[in-house]
Design a protein around this ligand. Sequence first.
Ligand SMILES: [Zn+2]
Length: 267
Amino acid sequence: MPCRDCDSSDSVQAFINIDKALGMEWYSSFCFGKCYEQKGDPFTGKDAPKVIVKSPEQTKEEVDLITTCKPFTISKPYRGMPPKAFKGWGCRTLLSEYDGKTPYAIAFPYSDYGKLSGWKARPFKKKAFWAIGQTRDVDMFGLIRAMRLGGDTLWIVEGEFDAIALNYCLTLAGPLDNYPVVSLTMGGGSIAKNLGHIELRVRHRFKYKVLVLDNDNVGIKAEETAKNLWPEVIAVGKPGKSKDANDAVKKNLAREMGKLALNFKKI
Ligand SMILES: [Zn+2]
């Protein structure tokens, strides 16, 4: 929804709140744009929209529709990475709904127990995400690829672009063309849930689990959480003042990032 305070056309998201004990329903909203603050009931004095819950069939139809979109390909570097870095991740290009031809967003595939469950879309021109189908309580991004590649080490990063970036870094530092890298489903805060979800299939499949998390409070907390749950995990640093793997690539430190991730201290 538009924001009257910061004049943005689409930065306000409305939320429905349900208190079953009190039998109450009310709306609140938040401006994710310049304001970045609560905006209260966005429908005061007006009728709230009817809430439509999609059926599993409708959701499946939407998820399958994204599968038919063109694979994500680029002709020049994107986010510091060459076109070939995006091969093998199953990403799609979503086109503008207004003209049907301008590339609008990249969609990352999510799966659960080997089956496609949804897509996370990220517009090229703004920092936002939206989901089609299930992307939250499912397997980490890239898990099918990682299981197929196998090996003794699994690298875990916080975001989808960082997974693609770290794999690219590893290929510059090591002999292989592909390395098993996965990313958390909803950033650092989802690490406990994510590890629990894949534990039985992953924990003993890969001898080494290497964390390459963000250089911020969320990343530090996530590392702590992971070490409490899986004491064998190893965390590695990032070169220079890089915030994350993709940032290292943008700072021309891809090979250094790859070396740090590849030469972790084996316990
Ligand atoms: Zn605003």
